[in-house]
Each structure stands twice: as structure tokens, then as C-alpha cells.
Ligand binder design. Structure first.
Ligand SMILES: [Cu+2]
Length: 162
């Protein structure tokens, strides 16, 4: 047999086998295939709908703020001192402190000037009017850390590391 004829014969065998296999397969009318497809599609939509509902529920709360603001007027006793005064963070988070008052302030760990452990956990030291400071919590053991301002020790808050 010539080479060309040989190739032609092989192709014919393959094609015939394919057609034979196809004809032996149970035939499904195309409208049933399409109906099944749309049922599957509808089911998928229902699933996707419920999945995206859960995703929306999980992602909708805004991430907790890691900022402490010292608002204008905070040096006056009785005014809000730290906003928030009670902040929960994850160990490793960095807390940013913004002093928006017209006085100098600190965020110093401890219960007050008479606390012997004052400033041991963290201490921003003096933050100038309009200035910022950060508190790195990566070296803090999980727990509640009261803090205060060394310039105005009635300014108090709690940093909760989890
Ligand atoms: Cu202060």
C-alpha cells in the first residue's frame, strides 16, 4: 500500500469507529439537554445566591479602627479624653494616636502617675499639638492595659490586646 492510501485508510477507520460509537450512544433529544442545563443553572444560581449572602454578611462590618484620637478640648477635665477610650486590637497591630488638641498629651501604660509600672508596656511620650505617635503591640502579651496621660492624669483609657 502507498503511504497516502495508508493514511487515508487509517483516517477512515478512526472516523467510522467514532460514528459507530456515537450512533450506539443513547440519544437525548436536544430540548431535554437544554432543559437539564437550565435546571442546573437555576440550582447553581440559588447556591451562589446563598453563598454571596454569607460573604456579604462576613465582609460588611468595617474593619476595627486602630486609631486613638485625642480630640480638641481633651485637656479640660470632664471632656472626652481619648476616642475611643476603650480599644481592642490584635496582638501585632500598630495603634496610631493623633493629637488633635491644642495641648501636649501622652498615651502611657499604667493607671496613673503613682503607678510604679507606668510606661513599662508602652509610652508615646509627649505628642505635640497636631502630632501623631504609634503604639506597637507586637511585644505585648494579650491582656488589658490601662493607659493615661502623664500631663493630665484624669485622661484615661484601656488598650485591650487579644
Ligand atoms: Cu494630656
Amino acid at each position: 500500500m502507498e503511504k497516502a492510501n495508508c493514511v487515508c485508510y487509517a483516517l477512515t477507520v478512526v472516523l467510522t469507529s467514532f460514528l459507530l460509537a456515537w450512533s450506539l450512544m443513547p440519544q437525548t433529544p436536544s430540548h431535554i439537554v437544554m432543559a437539564t442545563a437550565s435546571i442546573k443553572y437555576a440550582t447553581t444560581n440559588v447556591d451562589t445566591g446563598s453563598a454571596s449572602y454569607h460573604i456579604t454578611k462576613m465582609s460588611s462590618p468595617s474593619p476595627p479602627s486602630l486609631d486613638i484620637k485625642i480630640p480638641n478640648g481633651s485637656s479640660i477635665q470632664g471632656n472626652p479624653s481619648y476616642l475611643p477610650s476603650d480599644l481592642t486590637v490584635k496582638k501585632g497591630n500598630t495603634v496610631t494616636v493623633a493629637n488633635e488638641d491644642k495641648s501636649e498629651h501622652t498615651v502611657t501604660s499604667g493607671t496613673g502617675l503613682d503607678d510604679p509600672n507606668s510606661g513599662n508596656a508602652f509610652d508615646t511620650e509627649i505628642i505635640d499639638f497636631g502630632g501623631n505617635a504609634t503604639i506597637d503591640t507586637s511585644n505585648l502579651a494579650p491582656g488589658d492595659y490601662p493607659f493615661y496621660c502623664t500631663e493630665h492624669d484624669y485622661m484615661k483609657g484601656t488598650l485591650k490586646v487579644r
